[in-house]
Design a protein around this ligand. Sequence first.
Ligand code: PXG
Length: 288
Amino acid sequence: MKIYFNGKLVEQKDARVSVFDHGLLYGDGAFEGIRAYDGVVFRLEQHIDRLFETCHSLMIDIGMSKQQMIGAVIDTLKANGLRDAYIRLVVTRGDGDLGLDPRKCKNGPNIFIIADKITLYPEAFYRDGLAIVTVPTVRNHPEAINPQLKSLNYLNNILAKIEANNAGVSEAILLDGSGYVAECTGDNIFMVKKGALTTPAQGRLRGITRDAVMELAEKECGLRVSEALITRHELYNAEEIFLTGTAAELIPVVKIDGRVIGEGVPGPVTGQLLKLFHAQTRKDGVKF
Ligand code: PXG
């Protein structure tokens, strides 16, 4: 496997960061999870925009243009002969010393891109839907680590995942500090009720899949789409619930905290949106 590493394509064994890398020592950095479908990198420009926004807030100077970053992603895919892939793009603060002061990372960021075959979720998730739970860990406060940042610090999400694992389910719902539904550990959440599609307005990452699904729902399905403050009560009484993410695409949820959602099986709107999303992935992105 060839890895893009600081401007070069190198063998996997040569793609190594220092133990002084601040991404490793402090989770100081940013990343993107991106997907290519049959020679199209889905919404690559939007992923690169989000990466640059995260780095701008973190005051990490990427030292490359967006166009150069797009080129690096495409070069990595081509070097590995992949047309369908999961792509992990990582920017760390770079090598510093044992203090957390980012000014010590004088040589600039470490940037690497891994393109691999995607590991799909089990087919049963889509066929039967998920049972999930709300967990005690609250999503990061926006004035602590804003959930809009796709930073290398994922401990908030990992703690929630541990709580889901302990509860014997595969995904967790995190609430924000005010008790409103935020998102899942690596996915956004949606509810369908009375011809309306609603998703949390705050406390969550602005997912690329989320944006695409909102557009499709409005344009292709005639649903009323809005962002709102959502409580668990509203989730429990929705007709359909689904999760969105780059790896997940759309996954139906049929039970939350022991409450059956709708008919207790994946719903028709979720199914229709998943079909539309599949078609979209092959035409909405950067071709290579
Ligand atoms: N919320 C969070 C917290 C995420 O990390 C999403 C929503 C969905 O965003 P996109 O842009 O993908 O539609 C994400 C992204 C994993 C994993 O292993 C998941 C993500 C990133 C990295 C790893 O489950 N999801």
